[in-house]
Write a protein that binds this ligand. Structure first.
Ligand code: 5GP
Length: 209
């Protein structure tokens, strides 16, 4: 057995979660992170204004639109999307750092963001979080009470365009309740970690021990 093979450790896992607005992605991701504290969170750059509950450099790196565009021009953004007139993007440098250190990374991305991540990193695991039905999504958006009926109808229209893209993802998880959806995502992460291709040289390390 070669030294180079035996010295290889498990490769970090890149996991992205996407889903239509109102599906409960943020809450489910929070639950997953609570239960897998070792997983790094890819902190995105955004041009949207910071909310009072957020901290710069923790929730996002908040930048002006000009600063965001300059970062893009310098090639510092892996993928980006525009959501409700604001820019969102994945910075490359911290991601490379995570990968080099073999850390698992969780991404919270728009649908096109997950697909772009997969294009750049085919080994990334993409998860599409779905509502049980479109009418349940409507009910949740209405209950949230943060948007006008007109905006809710627009979100539902967007959702009906996004949901058929589930077939482009590796996994489709229904968020019928937060606990179960988080458990399913945790099970996917656990199973993906055990793929042989992510544990190259495992047999050598065992035989050496
Ligand atoms: P929010 O403004 O509610 O924090 O996020 C709005 C949307 O932007 C969410 O769907 C979130 O997943 C997405 N998002 C956050 N960061 C990124 C990113 O770096 N790239 C892409 N493509 N989408 C992102």
């Amino acid at each position: 057995m070669s030294d180079s093979k035996s010295s290889l450790t498990r490769r970090g896992l890149l996991v992205s979660v996407s889903g239509p607005s109102g599906v409960g992605k943020g809450t489910v991701i929070e639950k997953v992170r609570e239960q897998i504290p070792d997983i790094a969170h890819s902190i995105s750059v955004t041009s949207r204004p910071m909310r009072s509950c957020e901290t710069n450099g923790v929730s996002y790196y908040f930048r002006t639109e000009d600063e965001f565009k300059q970062m893009m021009a310098r090639g510092e953004i892996l993928e980006h999307d525009i959501y409700l007139n604001n820019y969102y993007g994945t910075p490359i440098k911290p991601l490379i750092d995570h990968i080099e250190h073999g850390r698992d990374v969780l991404f919270d991305l728009t649908v096109s963001g997950s697909l772009a991540l997969k294009e750049n990193y085919p080994e990334a695991v993409t998860i599409f979080l779905l509502p049980p039905t479109l009418s349940e999504l409507r009910r949740r958006l209405i209950c949230r009470g943060t948007e006008s009926m007109e905006l809710i109808e627009r979100r539902l229209l967007e959702a009906s365009v996004e949901i058929p893209k589930a077939d482009l993802f590796d996994y489709a998880v229904i968020n019928d309740n937060v606990h179960d959806a988080a458990q399913r995502i945790i099970a996917i992460i656990e199973a993906e970690k055990h793929r042989y291709c992510r544990q190259i040289g495992i047999e050598d390390r065992i035989l050496e021990g």
